[in-house]
Design a protein around this ligand. Structure first.
Ligand code: ADP
Length: 390
C-alpha cells in the first residue's frame, strides 16, 4: 500500500486492514471486521496466536520486524496496531514511503515510553502522579512506598513494581539494573477508572461510559460499567479524554487509565494507543463494540453509538492460575450458565499464571443493575470460584 493507491481521502473505500499484533485484541476485531465487510491481515510471531484465526494469510513475524510490516502494508489499505511494542524508527521509513498508519506514528510517539508519556501529560497541564527519570544508581527522591516502572515493553503489570520497603527495593533493583526506568509516587487511590474513547480522522470523538477498574497484582481483574461517579467527575474524565485525543491527533480507539483520589481528584495513570482491556464489556453491553469503533475510525467510516444496551455490565478477566495445556471447556460451560453472561475464550493453547485466557461479561438489567458495586463484586466472585475451582 502506497499513498498514491490509498489517497486517504474520506471517500476512499478501505477494504483491508493490516494489524500489527495478533493477540486477543486483534482477534476480537474479527467479528467487527466481518460485520463491516472488511478483511484483516495480522502480523504476529506464531501461527497459534489468537488472531491468526481471523486473518487472511497472516504475516508470521515479530511485532517489531519492519520488513514484515512492509509486506503487511503492501497487502493492505491501512495499517493499525493492537499493541505498542513497535519499532517506531523503522516504521517511520515506511510512513515516508507512503504507508498509511492509523493511528499515525506521530500520535504513537509520545506514548510508547512511560517517561516520555508522563512528560507529555505534564507539559499539557494534565494531572499525573509525580515522576522522575531514574536508574537504580541515583538517590531516591522520596521514602517508601513508591512505584518503579520499566519505561518500555511493560504490560499487565509486568514491569510495574510497587516498592514497599528496602528489602524489596534491593531485589527489584538487582533485577532491573541497567534498564531505563520511571520512578513515581505511590498514589493511594480510592478507585481506578478508565475512559475508552475513539477519534476519527475528521476529528469526531465518541466516548464510552466511564468504567471502574479493579486490578490485582497490577493486572486488571474486574471492570464495572458505568462507574458510580458524579456528573462532574464524569465530565472531567471526558474532558481529559477529549484533550488528549485532540492533542495527539489520534485516530482509532484509545484507553485512558485514571486514578481517583480520596479528595475526588483525577490523575492520568496511562494512555494506551489501542483498544483496551477496560473496554471489552462494549462487545456485549454497548451498541458499538470498541473493536468495531476502532475499525470504523481507521477505515474512515462514521463512528458508532457508544451507549450501553443494558443498564450496567461487568467484565471479569479469566486469568491463568496454573501452567497447563487445557481449553477449560467444562468451566466455560458453567460460566455460560450465569444469568446475562457472555464468555469469550481467546483460544490460547497454553495457560500460565496471570496470562489472559478469556473474559466473561455479565450484562445487568432491572433490580440487579441497581445494586452497583456490591452486585458486581458478588458476580465476580461467582465467576472466579467457577474459574479457579480444582
Ligand atoms: P501496565 O502498563 O503494566 O498496565 P500500569 O502503569 O498501568 O502498568 O500499572 C498497573 C497497575 O499498578 C495500575 O492499574 C495500578 O493498580 C498500579 N499502579 C501503577 N502505578 C501506580 C502508582 N503510581 N500508585 C499506585 N498504584 C499504581
Amino acid at each position: 500500500m502506497k499513498s498514491s493507491q490509498t489517497a486517504a481521502s474520506p471517500s476512499a473505500k478501505i477494504k483491508r486492514v493490516g494489524v500489527v499484533g495478533g493477540g486477543q485484541l486483534a482477534w476480537m476485531m474479527g467479528d467487527a471486521a466481518s460485520k463491516l465487510g472488511i478483511e484483516l491481515v495480522v502480523q504476529t510471531p506464531h501461527a497459534t496466536d489468537p488472531a491468526t484465526a481471523v486473518s487472511i494469510d497472516p504475516v508470521l513475524a515479530a511485532i517489531d520486524d519492519v520488513n514484515a510490516t512492509a509486506k503487511l502494508a503492501d497487502r493492505c489499505d491501512v495499517v493499525t496496531f493492537e499493541n505498542e511494542f513497535v519499532n517506531l524508527d523503522g516504521l517511520r521509513l515506511l510512513e515516508q514511503e507512503g504507508v498509511l498508519f492509523q493511528p499515525s506514528l506521530s500520535s504513537l510517539y509520545p506514548l510508547l515510553d512511560k517517561y516520555i508519556q508522563r512528560c507529555y501529560l505534564r507539559d499539557f497541564g494534565l494531572p499525573t502522579p509525580r515522576f522522575w527519570e531514574w536508574d537504580c544508581s541515583a538517590d531516591l527522591p522520596f521514602d517508601f512506598p513508591f512505584v518503579i516502572k520499566v519505561r518500555r515493553h511493560g504490560y499487565d503489570g509486568q514491569g510495574t513494581f510497587i516498592v514497599k520497603n528496602r528489602e524489596s527495593f534491593e531485589s527489584i533493583c538487582a533485577r532491573l539494573k541497567g534498564r531505563p526506568l520511571l520512578l513515581e509516587e505511590f498514589v493511594p487511590f480510592d478507585r481506578e477508572l478508565a475512559v475508552i474513547a475513539a477519534r476519527s480522522a475528521s476529528g469526531e470523538i465518541a466516548i464510552y461510559p466511564i468504567v471502574e477498574t479493579q486490578q490485582e497484582n497490577q493486572v486488571c481483574r474486574l471492570v464495572i460499567a458505568p462507574a458510580d461517579i458524579s456528573l462532574e467527575l464524569k465530565a472531567e474524565a471526558e474532558a481529559i479524554a477529549r484533550t488528549l485525543l485532540n492533542s495527539l491527533q489520534a485516530v482509532g480507539v484509545f484507553g485512558i487509565e485514571l486514578f481517583l483520589t480520596a479528595d475526588n481528584k483525577l490523575l492520568v495513570n496511562e494512555i494506551a494507543p489501542r483498544t483496551h482491556n477496560s473496554g471489552h464489556f462494549t462487545i456485549d453491553a454497548c451498541k458499538t463494540s470498541q473493536f468495531e469503533q476502532h475499525l470504523r475510525a481507521v477505515c474512515q467510516l462514521p463512528l458508532g453509538n457508544c451507549d450501553l444496551n443494558c443498564n450496567a455490565a461487568l467484565m471479569v478477566n479469566l486469568l491463568g492460575y496454573e501452567s497447563a495445556e487445557s481449553d477449560y471447556l467444562e468451566k466455560r460451560k458453567q460460566l455460560a450458565q450465569i444469568k446475562g453472561a457472555f464468555v469469550h475464550w481467546y483460544g490460547k493453547k497454553e495457560s500460565r499464571p496471570g496470562r489472559k485466557l478469556g473474559h466473561v461479561t455479565v450484562v445487568l438489567d432491572g433490580e440487579s443493575a441497581r445494586n452497583g458495586r456490591s452486585q458486581a463484586e458478588s458476580i465476580a466472585q461467582t465467576v472466579e470460584s467457577i474459574w479457579r475451582a480444582s
